[in-house]
Design a protein around this ligand. Structure first.
Ligand code: SAH
Ligand code: SF4
Ligand code: F3S
Length: 490
C-alpha cells in the first residue's frame, strides 16, 4: 500500500501574528492512503479562522480519496487551492498577493490549475474569475463535495464555479484528513453558518444560514480522533451557544415545545464529547455573549476535561456602539456574563475580540472599551481596527467615518492595555503548579517542549523524556506576557 504525506497547510488565524497560534499551527504532517493514486499533486493553503482550517481538512479528505497526493512546494503542484478569508480588507489583500506568487506555476506547468475556496470566493463569486484571470476554479464553503467535478470541468479548459450556499450541508459524513502538525489537538466543526447579522460582519454572507451537525457524527469524530492519539478537540462554530440538533430536517424556528425538549443543545453536546474519555480535553470557539447560558458554564465546571477557557468576543465596551453593531447585548449584560463565568469557574481563562473605530465611535466610547477591558482583565485578545465590508448592514446604513489614523491609534491603545493585562494574568501563575497537555517542541529551543494548561496559557519547559500527547504537571518559575516557563514535577 502506498502512503502519501500531507505536508503543508499554511494557517493564518485572523491574519494576526499571534505567537501562540503560530507556535501551534505551522505546517502539518499526517499519513493517510490515497485510494487509487492519480499521480497529481495538491498544494493547499488556508487563511482565516479555525473553521476554514477545519474545512481544508474536509477538502483534503475529498481530494485524497480522488487520488491526489499533497506537496509542500506549490511550484511542483498540479492543483493549487487557497482557502480564503473575507473578514477584513487586509485578509483579502493577502490572498491577492499570494495569487501573484502562484502565477509562476503556469509557466512551468501550463496544465496546472488554481482554485480559490472559502469566504472570499463566496463573497466575490464570478467576479473573482473576471478580476483574477489566472484563477480556474471558484468554490464556496458549502460546495466542496462538488470539487472533483469542478476540477474535471477546469481540466477541459473551462472556468468552473460553484458558490451555492446550502441550508443543510455539514459534511457530517466526511472524515477530515487531519492537517495539524502535532497530532495532539484536532478541530471539529459542530455547526456552519451564522444567523446573527452583526452589522460589521461579512460571515453571514459568505457562510450562509446557521445549521447544526448531528451530535452522533460529532461524538464519533471525536472518538476517532482520540483513538488516533489526539488528546484535545476544539468544537467549532460561529456561535456555539446556539447549537441545537433536533433531528435531520427539523428547523429550529419551527420546533414544538416537545421537539425542543428532545433536542440536543450545546451544553448537552459538550457533555457527550467530554464523556468520550477523561483524557480527551474539550475546548470550543466561539461563544456569543447574548446566548451563553449558565448551563454551559455548569457543564464546564462539572468535567475536569472541559477546559476552563472561554473566548467571549465583546467587540466594544459601549452599549451605544454595541447596539449599532447589532450584537444583541449591552455592556452591563456582557459584564454580568463575565460575573457568571467567574462565579461558576473562578479560575477560568477569558479571552476576547475587540474592534476599534467602528462607524461613529467617539473618544468617550473608545474609553468605555478600555474601561471594560480593565474591569475584566482578559488573558488574551484579538484586536482589530474596523474594516468596512461590502453588503453588510453597517456598510449600507452607517458612514465609515472614523479616520484611519484614529482607528489605528485607538487600536494601539487597546493593544498596549491588553499587553499589560496579559502580563498580569501570566504572572499570577508563577509559583503555582499547572497541568499541561504537551503539544510539541517550543519554537525558541529544541531542548524545550510547549503545551497549554486548561486556561489556554502556553507553557514551556525542558524536554527530558517527554512526548507530545502526554499530560504533565509543571511548576511555573517565570512568565512573559504570552508564555509561562517552568519545570516538570515528577
Ligand atoms: N463569530 C464570532 C467572530 C467571527 S469573526 C463572534 O461573533 O464573535 C472574528 C472577529 O473578527 C470578530 O469577533 C470581530 O472582532 C472581527 N471582525 C469581524 N468583522 C470585522 C470587520 N468588518 N472589521 C474588523 N474586525 C472584524
Ligand atoms: Fe459575524 Fe456576528 Fe455571526 Fe460572529 S456572530 S460570525 S461576528 S455575524
Ligand atoms: Fe474569515 Fe470566513 Fe472565517 S470570513 S474569519 S474564514 S468564516
Amino acid at each position: 500500500m502506498s502512503y502519501f504525506k500531507v505536508i503543508f497547510v499554511a494557517y493564518n488565524f485572523m491574519e494576526t501574528n499571534n505567537q501562540q497560534l503560530e507556535e501551534e499551527l505551522q505546517g502539518s504532517a499526517l499519513m493517510r492512503p490515497s485510494k487509487v493514486p492519480n499521480g497529481k499533486k495538491l498544494f493547499l493553503e488556508s487563511y482565516g479562522c479555525q473553521m476554514n482550517f477545519s474545512d481544508s481538512e474536509i477538502v483534503a479528505s475529498i481530494l485524497i480519496d480522488k487520488g491526489y497526493s499533497t506537496t509542500q512546494n506549490f511550484e511542483e503542484a498540479d492543483l493549487i487551492l487557497v482557502n480564503t478569508c473575507a473578514i477584513r480588507d487586509n485578509a483579502e489583500n493577502r490572498v491577492r498577493q499570494r495569487l501573484q506568487d502562484y502565477k509562476k506555476i503556469k509557466k512551468n506547468n501550463p496544465d496546472a490549475l488554481i482554485g480559490v475556496l472559502g469566504c472570499m470566493a463566496e463573497r466575490l463569486k464570478a467576479q473573482f474569475l473576471e478580476q483574477e484571470k489566472l484563477v480556474d476554479i471558484v468554490v464556496g464553503p458549502d460546495a466542496y463535495r462538488d470539487l472533483p467535478n469542478l476540477i474535471a470541468t477546469a481540466e477541459t479548459g473551462q472556468k468552473a464555479i460553484n458558490v451555492i450556499l446550502s441550508k443543510e450541508e455539514t459534511y457530517a459524513d466526511i472524515a477530515p484528513l487531519r492537517l495539524d502538525k502535532n497530532g495532539v489537538s484536532a478541530f471539529v466543526s459542530i455547526m456552519r453558518g451564522c444567523d446573527n447579522m452583526c452589522s460589521f460582519c461579512v460571515v453571514p454572507f459568505t457562510r450562509g444560514r446557521e445549521r447544526s451537525r448531528d451530535p452522533e457524527s460529532i461524538v464519533k469524530e471525536c472518538r476517532e480522533a482520540f483513538d488516533a492519539g489526539y488528546r484535545e478537540v476544539t468544537l467549532l462554530g460561529q456561535n456555539v451557544d446556539s447549537y441545537l440538533w433536533s433531528g435531520g430536517g427539523l428547523k429550529k424556528e419551527t420546533l414544538t415545545a416537545e421537539q425542543r425538549a428532545n433536542s440536543t443543545n450545546f451544553a448537552q453536546l459538550m457533555e457527550k464529547v467530554a464523556l468520550v474519555s477523561p483524557d480527551l480535553r474539550v475546548r470550543f470557539s466561539t461563544s456569543h455573549p447574548k446566548d451563553m447560558t449558565n448551563d454551559v458554564l455548569e457543564v464546564m465546571a462539572k468535567y475536569e476535561n472541559i477546559c476552563n477557557n472561554i473566548h467571549l468576543p465583546v467587540q466594544s465596551g459601549s452599549s451605544a456602539v454595541l447596539e449599532k453593531m447589532n450584537r444583541g447585548y449591552t455592556r452591563e449584560w456582557y459584564l454580568d456574563r463575565i460575573k457568571a463565568i467567574r462565579t461558576i469557574m473562578p479560575d477560568c481563562g477569558i479571552s476576547t475580540d475587540v474592534i476599534t473605530g467602528f462607524c461613529g465611535e467617539t473618544e468617550e466610547q473608545h474609553q468605555e472599551t478600555l474601561s471594560l477591558m480593565s474591569e475584566v482583565v482578559y488573558d488574551f485578545a484579538f484586536m482589530f481596527s474596523y474594516s468596512e465590508r461590502p453588503k453588510t448592514l453597517a456598510e449600507r446604513k452607517y458612514a465609515d467615518d472614523v479616520p484611519e489614523e484614529t482607528k489605528k491609534r485607538r487600536l494601539s491603545e487597546v493593544v498596549d492595555l491588553q499587553r499589560k493585562h496579559s502580563e498580569l494574568q501570566t504572572r499570577k501563575w508563577v509559583g503555582k503548579v499547572t497541568k499541561v497537555l504537551i503539544e510539541g517542541v517550543s519554537k525558541k529551543s529544541n531542548e524545550m517542549l510547549m503545551g497549554r494548561n486548561s486556561q489556554n496559557a502556553v507553557v514551556v519547559f525542558p524536554k527530558g523524556d517527554l512526548k507530545p500527547g502526554m499530560y504533565v504537571n509543571v511548576l511555573i518559575d517565570s512568565s512573559t506576557s504570552s508564555t509561562l516557563i517552568g519545570s516538570v514535577l515528577n
